[in-house]
Design a protein around this ligand. Structure first.
Ligand SMILES: C[S@@+](CC[C@H](N)C(=O)[O-])C[C@H]1O[C@@H](n2cnc3c(N)ncnc32)[C@H](O)[C@@H]1O
Length: 252
């Protein structure tokens, strides 16, 4: 059985709407999907807030750190410079957006893009609490980014691209919005083997960042097909029996 892109998107949106609600009201949560596997359910080393152990207290809002559902720290590999424009694909509670905003400083700007209203509400509440002005959280899908061509210098993303049912569109859009020579710096889950249709049909596993993962070879060839060069996919830490976390870098 294969799942449609719409079915997958709804399962993903539902999972992360619940996750955002859980952060905002821990006692009011969350029904069956809360028991689904999550990208960082138990916060083992390298996942969720545990990937940010070097942060000093107060550097970012606590709520943003606690809402982290990533599988690495893309801001640690992006080499951000003051004045740069950055886009975070699937920005969730906003942790990487706030870290990037500090690195690019007041002359830079960071967009956080997410399709889930509850996550956008959480991120905007975190922004207000932190008083950060050089960021904007934008509603939209990473397969059709609502920003103009060549409008950013760096695209980051943390444990999101694996969730997309249309990865070629995501890679094309990342390339389109990057200025020529711009950099892609992503943390994501990479599969250790090509998954079967049966494995891919498990929606809870897809929303938990496993069933949608592609192999390192598929990641590299997908990025190359979209026009990226200097592509590197580097495993960082295990993510269960069928997958690893990886950092992925490329140049537009
Ligand atoms: C695993 S969470 C990661 C959030 C954040 N990057 C972090 O590290 O905490 C996935 C996020 O990506 C968003 N997302 C998933 N698929 C998306 C898509 N196709 N377009 C836009 N946002 C998407 C979800 O709403 C959710 O906020």
């Amino acid at each position: 059985m294969t799942r449609s892109a719409d079915e997958i998107k709804e399962a993903v949106r539902d999972r992360y709407a619940r996750a955002a609600r859980q952060v905002r009201s821990p006692s009011d949560c969350c029904g069956p999907a809360a028991a689904a596997p999550d990208c960082c359910a138990d916060d083992p080393a390298g996942f969720g807030a545990a990937a940010y152990q070097d942060l000093t207290p107060g550097e970012v809002p606590d709520a943003a750190r606690l809402a982290s559902l990533g599988c690495g720290n893309p801001t640690a590999i992006a080499g951000l410079q003051p004045g740069q424009r950055v886009l975070d694909l699937g920005s969730g509670g906003g942790l990487d957006v706030f870290l990037a905003a500090r690195q690019v400083g007041p002359t830079g700007f960071v967009y956080g893009l997410d399709m889930t209203d509850e996550m956008l509400d959480l991120a905007r509440a975190n922004q207000q609490a932190a008083g950060v002005s050089n960021v904007a959280f934008v509603k939209g899908e990473i397969e059709a980014v609502p920003l103009p061509d060549a409008c950013v210098d760096v695209v980051i993303s943390n444990c999101v691209i694996n969730l997309s049912a249309d990865k070629p569109a995501v890679f094309r859009e990342a390339h389109r919005v990057l200025a020529p020579g711009g950099r892609l710096a992503v943390s994501d889950i990479v599969a250790l083997h090509a998954l079967s249709d049966e494995e891919r049909a498990d929606l809870a596993s897809w929303a938990g960042c496993i069933a949608g993962a592609i192999t390192a070879e598929e990641y590299s060839s997908g990025l190359a097909a979209a026009g990226f060069r200097d592509i590197a996919v580097t495993p960082t830490h295990p993510a269960g029996p069928t997958a690893v976390s990886a950092r992925i870098t490329a140049t537009a």
